[in-house]
Design a binder for this molecule. Structure first.
Ligand SMILES: [Zn+2]
Length: 260
């Protein structure tokens, strides 16, 4: 392989640290002047372990208790050396990901696979433009955007399958929303605990969260420009759900909840 020359200072100037989140698969949420999220490398320190402060061009990981610039962030998340990290950032080298054949990087993909195993694969057979979905007031675009659609088969068969994610964005289940007046209105896979989750259409941090009681309402609200909407998946709200809601507010630096 050809020797690679990378000017680190030039690279840092060209890549604002917050622009690396997507490429690194980080689930960062803005919190005032900083972004916080879980650290996929450390998998410790909670869901706010990683803190990135764009104005300072720096990150810090409470799990590993290390910090640095955007190149160091890549090196930490990919568990690789600075040169490999810089090559990744510059989009050079073999593909978009660093060479994992490197000695100490070998444990990282395994950790990732474990993480991936916890996240379900999206159902590929959902029909976002089924007539019952349209009749419910949803358009194809919103359904496709939020990963919902009519389920022609499987345990949600005949219902609208709506994806439920955990707070770091892993798909954990689908809920089946009745489209023909069936009871119960919502069904879930067995062993899934709906009181442990919300349906969320949140894409960005918001000052206020709009809480609704039906995930279908949340989808429709989102379709109509309400992007801060979250739905409970149960008829009543218990203490654990209130705590989850408080965490959601905290993660989003959210000051208030509007109830609908
Ligand atoms: Zn870390």
């Amino acid at each position: 392989m050809k020797e690679l020359y990378i000017d680190f200072a030039e690279l840092k100037a060209a890549f604002p640290i917050e622009d690396s989140f997507e490429r690194l698969g980080l689930n960062m949420k803005q919190n005032g002047p900083a972004f916080r999220g879980p650290c996929p490398t450390c998998q410790s320190g909670g869901d706010r372990a990683l803190i990135v402060t764009p104005a300072k061009h720096s990150f810090y990981c409470f799990g590993a208790r290390i910090g640095g610039d955007v190149i160091a962030l890549v090196a930490h998340i990919h568990d690789c050396d600075m040169k490999t990290a810089a090559a990744f950032l510059a989009g050079k080298g073999s593909g978009d990901k660093p060479d994992n054949k490197k000695s100490n990087a070998s444990t990282v993909p395994q950790e990732r696979n474990k993480e991936a195993a916890r996240s379900l694969q999206p159902l590929s057979y959902l029909e976002p433009k089924h007539h019952l979905v349209q009749k419910a007031g949803l358009d194809e675009k919103t359904c496709a955007y939020l990963g919902a659609g009519y389920a022609p088969k499987g345990i949600m068969r005949g219902r609208m399958a709506i994806p439920i994610h955990d707070k770091i964005g892993n798909l954990v289940a689908y809920c089946g929303r009745a489209l023909k007046g069936e009871h119960p209105k919502l069904i879930f896979p067995k062993d899934f605990k709906p009181e442990g989750y919300f349906f969320s259409a949140l894409q960005i941090p918001v000052d206020e969260i709009a809480l609704v009681r039906d995930p279908l309402d949340a989808l429709i609200a989102n379709q109509n420009g309400v992007e801060n909407v979250v739905s409970v998946l149960t008829e009543t709200i218990n203490a654990a759900q209130l705590r989850l809601l408080a965490e959601l507010m905290d993660d989003n630096d959210c000051q208030a909840i509007e109830l609908y």
